[in-house]
Ligand binder design. Structure first.
Ligand SMILES: [Zn+2]
Length: 451
Protein backbone atom coordinates (compact mmCIF):
# COMPACT_ATOMS: atom_id res chain seq x y z
CA UNK A 1 0.00 0.00 0.00
CA UNK A 2 1.40 3.38 -0.95
CA UNK A 3 1.68 6.36 1.39
CA UNK A 4 -0.15 9.38 -0.04
CA UNK A 5 1.18 12.93 0.47
CA UNK A 6 -0.95 15.75 -0.93
CA UNK A 7 0.75 18.93 -2.24
CA UNK A 8 -0.98 21.89 -3.88
CA UNK A 9 0.88 23.71 -6.69
CA UNK A 10 -0.36 27.05 -8.10
CA UNK A 11 -4.05 26.26 -8.06
CA UNK A 12 -3.55 22.97 -9.84
CA UNK A 13 -5.13 19.81 -8.67
CA UNK A 14 -3.21 18.38 -5.72
CA UNK A 15 -0.38 16.06 -6.64
CA UNK A 16 0.14 12.76 -4.89
CA UNK A 17 3.60 11.33 -4.29
CA UNK A 18 3.18 7.59 -4.00
CA UNK A 19 5.86 6.26 -1.66
CA UNK A 20 5.85 2.49 -1.89
CA UNK A 21 6.88 0.63 1.27
CA UNK A 22 10.49 -0.61 1.28
CA UNK A 23 9.52 -4.30 0.86
CA UNK A 24 7.46 -3.47 -2.24
CA UNK A 25 10.28 -1.40 -3.75
CA UNK A 26 12.77 -4.19 -3.09
CA UNK A 27 10.46 -6.73 -4.72
CA UNK A 28 10.12 -4.43 -7.74
CA UNK A 29 13.89 -4.15 -7.91
CA UNK A 30 14.23 -7.96 -7.85
CA UNK A 31 11.61 -8.33 -10.58
CA UNK A 32 13.49 -5.73 -12.59
CA UNK A 33 16.66 -7.80 -12.24
CA UNK A 34 14.86 -10.93 -13.48
CA UNK A 35 13.38 -9.10 -16.45
CA UNK A 36 16.80 -7.66 -17.29
CA UNK A 37 18.29 -11.16 -17.17
CA UNK A 38 15.67 -12.55 -19.52
CA UNK A 39 16.30 -9.70 -21.94
CA UNK A 40 20.07 -9.87 -21.85
CA UNK A 41 20.34 -13.68 -21.69
CA UNK A 42 22.50 -13.60 -18.58
CA UNK A 43 22.21 -15.44 -15.30
CA UNK A 44 20.60 -13.71 -12.36
CA UNK A 45 23.66 -14.23 -10.18
CA UNK A 46 25.77 -12.30 -12.74
CA UNK A 47 23.53 -9.30 -12.38
CA UNK A 48 23.24 -9.61 -8.61
CA UNK A 49 27.00 -9.87 -8.38
CA UNK A 50 27.33 -6.72 -10.47
CA UNK A 51 24.66 -4.94 -8.44
CA UNK A 52 26.37 -5.98 -5.23
CA UNK A 53 29.70 -4.79 -6.54
CA UNK A 54 28.24 -1.45 -7.50
CA UNK A 55 26.49 -1.21 -4.14
CA UNK A 56 29.72 -2.02 -2.32
CA UNK A 57 31.55 0.56 -4.32
CA UNK A 58 28.73 3.04 -3.78
CA UNK A 59 29.81 4.50 -7.04
CA UNK A 60 26.49 4.62 -8.85
CA UNK A 61 23.17 5.06 -7.11
CA UNK A 62 21.25 1.77 -7.42
CA UNK A 63 17.99 3.64 -7.79
CA UNK A 64 16.95 6.61 -9.88
CA UNK A 65 19.21 9.66 -9.58
CA UNK A 66 17.88 12.79 -7.90
CA UNK A 67 18.43 14.88 -11.02
CA UNK A 68 15.26 14.81 -13.08
CA UNK A 69 15.27 13.92 -16.78
CA UNK A 70 14.02 16.49 -19.36
CA UNK A 71 10.33 17.35 -19.28
CA UNK A 72 7.87 14.78 -20.58
CA UNK A 73 4.13 15.26 -21.05
CA UNK A 74 2.10 14.42 -18.00
CA UNK A 75 -0.35 11.63 -18.43
CA UNK A 76 -1.84 11.65 -14.96
CA UNK A 77 -2.22 14.00 -12.03
CA UNK A 78 0.09 11.87 -9.92
CA UNK A 79 3.58 10.53 -10.28
CA UNK A 80 5.87 8.32 -8.27
CA UNK A 81 9.40 8.79 -7.13
CA UNK A 82 11.61 6.62 -4.97
CA UNK A 83 12.28 7.35 -1.34
CA UNK A 84 16.03 7.40 -1.98
CA UNK A 85 15.64 10.11 -4.59
CA UNK A 86 13.60 12.15 -2.16
CA UNK A 87 16.26 11.65 0.49
CA UNK A 88 19.07 12.95 -1.70
CA UNK A 89 20.49 16.01 -0.08
CA UNK A 90 21.07 19.68 -0.77
CA UNK A 91 21.23 21.13 -4.25
CA UNK A 92 20.58 17.79 -5.88
CA UNK A 93 17.25 17.41 -4.09
CA UNK A 94 16.26 21.00 -4.81
CA UNK A 95 17.09 20.21 -8.43
CA UNK A 96 14.82 17.18 -8.34
CA UNK A 97 11.92 19.24 -7.03
CA UNK A 98 12.49 21.87 -9.69
CA UNK A 99 12.68 19.13 -12.31
CA UNK A 100 9.32 17.90 -11.02
CA UNK A 101 7.92 21.44 -11.22
CA UNK A 102 9.16 21.64 -14.81
CA UNK A 103 7.19 18.54 -15.70
CA UNK A 104 3.87 19.88 -14.46
CA UNK A 105 4.17 23.65 -14.87
CA UNK A 106 3.15 25.85 -17.85
CA UNK A 107 5.96 26.41 -20.43
CA UNK A 108 7.56 29.71 -19.14
CA UNK A 109 7.65 28.43 -15.54
CA UNK A 110 8.89 25.08 -16.81
CA UNK A 111 11.84 26.65 -18.70
CA UNK A 112 12.79 28.84 -15.75
CA UNK A 113 12.63 25.90 -13.36
CA UNK A 114 14.81 23.79 -15.65
CA UNK A 115 17.40 26.56 -15.98
CA UNK A 116 17.51 26.94 -12.20
CA UNK A 117 17.76 23.19 -11.85
CA UNK A 118 20.78 23.11 -14.15
CA UNK A 119 22.40 25.84 -12.07
CA UNK A 120 21.73 24.09 -8.75
CA UNK A 121 22.54 20.53 -9.73
CA UNK A 122 26.24 19.66 -9.90
CA UNK A 123 27.54 18.56 -13.26
CA UNK A 124 27.06 14.81 -13.14
CA UNK A 125 30.49 13.20 -13.33
CA UNK A 126 30.99 10.45 -15.89
CA UNK A 127 30.18 7.05 -14.31
CA UNK A 128 33.76 5.80 -14.47
CA UNK A 129 35.02 8.86 -12.56
CA UNK A 130 32.63 8.00 -9.72
CA UNK A 131 33.45 4.34 -9.39
CA UNK A 132 35.69 4.42 -6.36
CA UNK A 133 37.42 1.15 -5.67
CA UNK A 134 37.21 -0.84 -2.46
CA UNK A 135 40.37 0.23 -0.66
CA UNK A 136 39.17 -1.04 2.70
CA UNK A 137 39.63 -4.77 2.06
CA UNK A 138 43.14 -6.10 2.47
CA UNK A 139 44.66 -9.04 0.58
CA UNK A 140 43.89 -11.03 -2.54
CA UNK A 141 40.46 -12.74 -2.42
CA UNK A 142 41.74 -15.42 -4.84
CA UNK A 143 44.68 -16.18 -2.60
CA UNK A 144 43.31 -16.00 0.96
CA UNK A 145 45.74 -16.29 3.84
CA UNK A 146 45.03 -17.58 7.32
CA UNK A 147 46.49 -17.37 10.82
CA UNK A 148 49.70 -15.41 11.35
CA UNK A 149 50.22 -14.84 7.61
CA UNK A 150 46.80 -13.16 7.44
CA UNK A 151 47.55 -11.06 10.53
CA UNK A 152 50.78 -9.68 8.99
CA UNK A 153 49.02 -9.16 5.67
CA UNK A 154 46.37 -7.07 7.47
CA UNK A 155 49.00 -5.20 9.48
CA UNK A 156 50.96 -4.34 6.32
CA UNK A 157 47.83 -3.28 4.40
CA UNK A 158 46.49 -1.03 7.16
CA UNK A 159 49.70 0.36 8.65
CA UNK A 160 52.09 0.56 5.70
CA UNK A 161 50.73 -0.06 2.21
CA UNK A 162 47.55 -1.62 0.83
CA UNK A 163 47.98 -3.14 -2.63
CA UNK A 164 44.82 -2.56 -4.70
CA UNK A 165 46.33 -2.76 -8.19
CA UNK A 166 43.90 -5.37 -9.63
CA UNK A 167 40.73 -3.85 -8.20
CA UNK A 168 38.22 -2.07 -10.43
CA UNK A 169 37.47 1.60 -9.90
CA UNK A 170 39.10 4.91 -9.21
CA UNK A 171 41.63 5.48 -6.43
CA UNK A 172 40.47 7.65 -3.52
CA UNK A 173 41.87 11.17 -3.64
CA UNK A 174 42.03 11.19 0.14
CA UNK A 175 44.02 7.97 0.50
CA UNK A 176 46.08 7.67 -2.67
CA UNK A 177 46.86 4.33 -4.38
CA UNK A 178 48.21 2.50 -1.31
CA UNK A 179 46.43 4.31 1.53
CA UNK A 180 44.00 2.89 4.07
CA UNK A 181 41.03 4.31 5.97
CA UNK A 182 42.24 2.82 9.30
CA UNK A 183 45.88 3.90 8.97
CA UNK A 184 45.74 7.00 11.16
CA UNK A 185 43.52 5.28 13.74
CA UNK A 186 46.16 2.54 13.95
CA UNK A 187 49.21 4.81 14.22
CA UNK A 188 47.72 7.30 16.69
CA UNK A 189 47.14 4.57 19.29
CA UNK A 190 50.27 2.59 18.38
CA UNK A 191 52.38 5.67 19.07
CA UNK A 192 50.23 6.33 22.19
CA UNK A 193 51.12 2.85 23.47
CA UNK A 194 54.83 3.73 23.45
CA UNK A 195 54.32 7.20 24.93
CA UNK A 196 52.40 5.81 27.91
CA UNK A 197 54.76 2.81 28.26
CA UNK A 198 57.71 5.25 28.45
CA UNK A 199 55.82 7.34 31.04
CA UNK A 200 55.05 4.20 33.09
CA UNK A 201 58.68 3.07 32.92
CA UNK A 202 60.08 6.48 33.86
CA UNK A 203 57.58 6.77 36.71
CA UNK A 204 58.58 3.38 38.12
CA UNK A 205 62.30 4.24 37.95
CA UNK A 206 61.83 7.68 39.56
CA UNK A 207 59.50 6.63 42.36
CA UNK A 208 61.08 3.29 43.21
CA UNK A 209 60.95 4.06 46.94
CA UNK A 210 57.29 5.08 46.90
CA UNK A 211 55.56 2.39 48.94
CA UNK A 212 52.18 4.14 48.92
CA UNK A 213 49.23 2.18 47.55
CA UNK A 214 48.06 5.22 45.58
CA UNK A 215 51.53 5.48 43.94
CA UNK A 216 51.53 1.78 43.02
CA UNK A 217 48.06 2.08 41.51
CA UNK A 218 49.13 5.17 39.56
CA UNK A 219 51.97 3.13 37.98
CA UNK A 220 49.54 0.29 37.29
CA UNK A 221 47.17 2.81 35.66
CA UNK A 222 49.99 4.06 33.38
CA UNK A 223 50.77 0.50 32.20
CA UNK A 224 47.06 -0.21 31.76
CA UNK A 225 46.60 2.87 29.56
CA UNK A 226 49.52 1.69 27.39
CA UNK A 227 47.87 -1.75 27.13
CA UNK A 228 44.49 -0.20 26.21
CA UNK A 229 46.06 1.77 23.35
CA UNK A 230 47.91 -1.35 22.20
CA UNK A 231 44.69 -3.39 22.06
CA UNK A 232 43.01 -0.53 20.19
CA UNK A 233 45.80 -0.40 17.58
CA UNK A 234 45.68 -4.21 17.16
CA UNK A 235 41.93 -3.94 16.56
CA UNK A 236 42.38 -1.22 13.92
CA UNK A 237 45.15 -3.20 12.20
CA UNK A 238 42.82 -6.19 11.87
CA UNK A 239 39.56 -4.24 11.35
CA UNK A 240 39.19 -5.08 7.61
CA UNK A 241 38.89 -8.82 8.38
CA UNK A 242 35.45 -9.99 9.56
CA UNK A 243 36.80 -12.92 11.62
CA UNK A 244 39.85 -11.22 13.13
CA UNK A 245 37.80 -8.14 13.99
CA UNK A 246 35.25 -10.27 15.88
CA UNK A 247 37.94 -11.16 18.42
CA UNK A 248 40.07 -8.01 18.43
CA UNK A 249 37.06 -5.69 18.78
CA UNK A 250 35.90 -7.50 21.93
CA UNK A 251 39.48 -7.33 23.26
CA UNK A 252 39.54 -3.62 22.45
CA UNK A 253 36.36 -2.97 24.45
CA UNK A 254 37.40 -5.29 27.27
CA UNK A 255 40.65 -3.29 27.40
CA UNK A 256 38.71 -0.01 27.59
CA UNK A 257 36.52 -1.28 30.47
CA UNK A 258 39.57 -2.67 32.30
CA UNK A 259 41.53 0.51 31.61
CA UNK A 260 38.80 2.82 32.93
CA UNK A 261 38.44 0.60 36.00
CA UNK A 262 42.16 0.59 36.90
CA UNK A 263 42.67 4.31 36.20
CA UNK A 264 39.52 5.39 38.07
CA UNK A 265 40.39 3.11 41.01
CA UNK A 266 43.83 4.76 41.04
CA UNK A 267 42.13 8.18 41.00
CA UNK A 268 39.98 7.21 43.99
CA UNK A 269 43.06 5.84 45.79
CA UNK A 270 44.87 9.14 45.19
CA UNK A 271 41.84 11.16 46.33
CA UNK A 272 41.55 9.15 49.56
CA UNK A 273 45.29 8.58 50.30
CA UNK A 274 45.17 4.85 49.63
CA UNK A 275 41.47 4.26 50.40
CA UNK A 276 41.56 5.87 53.88
CA UNK A 277 38.23 5.00 55.60
CA UNK A 278 36.80 3.77 52.30
CA UNK A 279 34.47 0.74 52.66
CA UNK A 280 35.53 -2.30 50.60
CA UNK A 281 32.21 -2.25 48.72
CA UNK A 282 33.17 1.13 47.22
CA UNK A 283 36.53 -0.28 46.07
CA UNK A 284 34.98 -3.41 44.57
CA UNK A 285 32.11 -1.57 42.90
CA UNK A 286 34.03 -0.61 39.74
CA UNK A 287 35.87 -3.91 39.09
CA UNK A 288 32.61 -5.82 39.66
CA UNK A 289 30.73 -3.62 37.16
CA UNK A 290 33.54 -3.92 34.59
CA UNK A 291 33.70 -7.73 34.92
CA UNK A 292 29.93 -8.01 34.39
CA UNK A 293 30.13 -5.76 31.31
CA UNK A 294 33.11 -7.58 29.80
CA UNK A 295 31.40 -10.95 30.41
CA UNK A 296 28.21 -9.65 28.77
CA UNK A 297 29.95 -8.40 25.63
CA UNK A 298 32.00 -11.63 25.28
CA UNK A 299 28.78 -13.62 25.65
CA UNK A 300 26.99 -11.34 23.14
CA UNK A 301 29.81 -11.82 20.63
CA UNK A 302 29.64 -15.60 21.08
CA UNK A 303 25.88 -15.62 20.51
CA UNK A 304 25.83 -13.26 17.50
CA UNK A 305 27.02 -14.52 14.09
CA UNK A 306 29.78 -12.33 12.64
CA UNK A 307 27.84 -11.69 9.41
CA UNK A 308 24.90 -10.16 11.31
CA UNK A 309 27.01 -7.38 12.85
CA UNK A 310 29.39 -6.76 9.90
CA UNK A 311 28.20 -3.61 8.15
CA UNK A 312 29.44 -0.90 5.83
CA UNK A 313 29.85 2.64 7.06
CA UNK A 314 29.85 5.63 4.77
CA UNK A 315 28.42 9.08 4.22
CA UNK A 316 26.19 9.08 1.18
CA UNK A 317 25.84 12.79 0.50
CA UNK A 318 26.84 13.99 -2.93
CA UNK A 319 30.27 15.51 -3.31
CA UNK A 320 31.09 18.57 -5.42
CA UNK A 321 32.23 16.38 -8.30
CA UNK A 322 28.84 14.61 -8.30
CA UNK A 323 30.14 11.35 -6.86
CA UNK A 324 28.37 9.45 -4.13
CA UNK A 325 31.00 7.26 -2.53
CA UNK A 326 32.93 10.12 -1.68
CA UNK A 327 36.59 9.80 -2.10
CA UNK A 328 37.22 6.56 -0.27
CA UNK A 329 35.67 7.30 3.13
CA UNK A 330 34.16 3.87 3.20
CA UNK A 331 34.69 1.18 5.79
CA UNK A 332 33.33 -2.06 7.16
CA UNK A 333 33.09 -3.01 10.80
CA UNK A 334 31.17 -4.89 13.46
CA UNK A 335 28.34 -2.91 15.04
CA UNK A 336 26.86 -3.09 18.52
CA UNK A 337 23.38 -2.74 16.99
CA UNK A 338 20.82 -2.73 19.84
CA UNK A 339 23.60 -2.56 22.45
CA UNK A 340 25.39 0.55 21.17
CA UNK A 341 23.84 2.86 23.77
CA UNK A 342 24.58 0.35 26.49
CA UNK A 343 28.25 0.11 25.55
CA UNK A 344 28.79 3.86 25.27
CA UNK A 345 26.82 4.84 28.37
CA UNK A 346 28.42 2.18 30.58
CA UNK A 347 31.97 3.22 29.67
CA UNK A 348 31.03 6.85 30.37
CA UNK A 349 29.41 5.86 33.71
CA UNK A 350 32.51 3.94 34.81
CA UNK A 351 34.60 6.99 33.95
CA UNK A 352 32.20 9.31 35.83
CA UNK A 353 32.41 7.08 38.91
CA UNK A 354 35.42 9.12 40.03
CA UNK A 355 33.24 12.14 40.80
CA UNK A 356 31.59 10.26 43.67
CA UNK A 357 34.88 10.49 45.55
CA UNK A 358 35.12 14.29 45.21
CA UNK A 359 33.77 15.03 48.75
CA UNK A 360 36.35 12.58 50.15
CA UNK A 361 39.09 14.30 48.12
CA UNK A 362 38.17 17.70 49.61
CA UNK A 363 38.33 16.21 53.11
CA UNK A 364 41.60 14.30 52.59
CA UNK A 365 43.64 16.43 50.18
CA UNK A 366 42.32 19.87 51.14
CA UNK A 367 40.54 22.49 49.04
CA UNK A 368 43.54 23.95 47.15
CA UNK A 369 44.91 20.67 45.77
CA UNK A 370 41.49 19.18 45.11
CA UNK A 371 40.39 22.17 43.03
CA UNK A 372 43.32 21.66 40.63
CA UNK A 373 42.86 17.86 40.60
CA UNK A 374 39.16 18.28 39.98
CA UNK A 375 39.71 20.80 37.18
CA UNK A 376 42.02 18.32 35.43
CA UNK A 377 39.61 15.40 35.94
CA UNK A 378 36.65 17.42 34.66
CA UNK A 379 38.71 18.49 31.63
CA UNK A 380 39.54 14.81 30.98
CA UNK A 381 35.90 13.80 31.29
CA UNK A 382 34.59 16.63 29.11
CA UNK A 383 37.30 15.89 26.51
CA UNK A 384 36.29 12.22 26.33
CA UNK A 385 32.59 13.09 26.06
CA UNK A 386 33.34 15.62 23.33
CA UNK A 387 35.51 13.05 21.53
CA UNK A 388 32.70 10.49 21.61
CA UNK A 389 30.30 13.12 20.25
CA UNK A 390 32.73 14.02 17.43
CA UNK A 391 33.09 10.36 16.48
CA UNK A 392 29.49 9.19 16.83
CA UNK A 393 27.26 12.25 16.61
CA UNK A 394 28.88 15.00 14.53
CA UNK A 395 31.13 12.67 12.51
CA UNK A 396 33.42 15.60 11.97
CA UNK A 397 35.23 16.16 9.63
CA UNK A 398 33.87 13.26 7.51
CA UNK A 399 31.15 15.41 5.91
CA UNK A 400 33.67 18.06 4.84
CA UNK A 401 36.07 15.44 3.46
CA UNK A 402 33.22 13.83 1.53
CA UNK A 403 32.32 17.15 -0.07
CA UNK A 404 35.92 17.65 -1.10
CA UNK A 405 36.64 20.47 1.35
CA UNK A 406 39.20 20.29 4.16
CA UNK A 407 41.30 17.92 2.10
CA UNK A 408 44.29 19.37 3.99
CA UNK A 409 43.35 16.76 6.61
CA UNK A 410 44.27 13.98 4.21
CA UNK A 411 47.71 12.74 3.34
CA UNK A 412 47.38 10.57 0.22
CA UNK A 413 50.08 7.98 -0.49
CA UNK A 414 50.94 9.70 -3.79
CA UNK A 415 51.14 13.17 -2.24
CA UNK A 416 53.86 15.05 -0.47
CA UNK A 417 54.30 14.09 2.33
CA UNK A 418 53.06 10.61 1.42
CA UNK A 419 51.42 8.50 4.08
CA UNK A 420 48.10 7.20 2.71
CA UNK A 421 46.13 8.34 5.75
CA UNK A 422 43.18 10.61 6.43
CA UNK A 423 42.08 12.35 9.63
CA UNK A 424 38.54 10.96 9.78
CA UNK A 425 36.26 11.39 12.81
CA UNK A 426 37.51 8.20 14.44
CA UNK A 427 41.13 9.31 14.17
CA UNK A 428 40.11 12.62 15.78
CA UNK A 429 38.51 10.63 18.60
CA UNK A 430 41.75 8.67 19.02
CA UNK A 431 43.76 11.87 19.47
CA UNK A 432 41.17 13.25 21.90
CA UNK A 433 41.33 9.97 23.90
CA UNK A 434 45.13 10.34 24.18
CA UNK A 435 44.72 13.91 25.48
CA UNK A 436 42.08 12.85 27.99
CA UNK A 437 44.26 10.00 29.31
CA UNK A 438 47.17 12.43 29.65
CA UNK A 439 45.00 14.89 31.64
CA UNK A 440 44.00 12.19 34.15
CA UNK A 441 47.68 11.15 34.52
CA UNK A 442 48.69 14.76 35.25
CA UNK A 443 45.86 14.99 37.79
CA UNK A 444 47.09 11.88 39.67
CA UNK A 445 50.73 13.00 39.65
CA UNK A 446 49.76 16.47 40.92
CA UNK A 447 47.71 15.03 43.81
CA UNK A 448 50.48 12.53 44.70
CA UNK A 449 53.09 15.28 44.78
CA UNK A 450 51.19 16.82 47.71
CA UNK A 451 50.83 13.50 49.51
ZN1 LIG B 1 39.33 3.17 17.64
Amino acid sequence: MGVGLGLGVRGMKSITFNLEPLAVRQAQQREGTLAYCQDKDCTRSDVEHLAHKLHALRSIPTEAPAIAPPPTPLTASSFTFTLRSARAMGAASAGAVLGGVARIAPVPVSTAALMLQQKLAPEPAPPEACEYMDQYSVGDKNNPKTGCARFWELFHGVAISNDVTDRPGVVSKLLGPTGHYERLSFWTHFVGTFLFAIYALVRQILVRDDARLAGGLTSAAAWTIAAVFLSSSVYHATAPDLKFAMVTRVLDYAGIYAGITVTTTADIAVATRGFENVPYQTILDLPAAAIILIAFFIWRRGMTPGESTWMPHEITSQSKDGCLLSRGLFSFGHRDLAHIQMRQSTSLLLFANYFMSVPAAFAVLGGGVTRVVLALQISGFVTVTLGMAIDRLFQWPDGNLVEGSMTCLSCPSDGSPACGAVLNSHAVWHIVALLSAALTCISREYALSFG
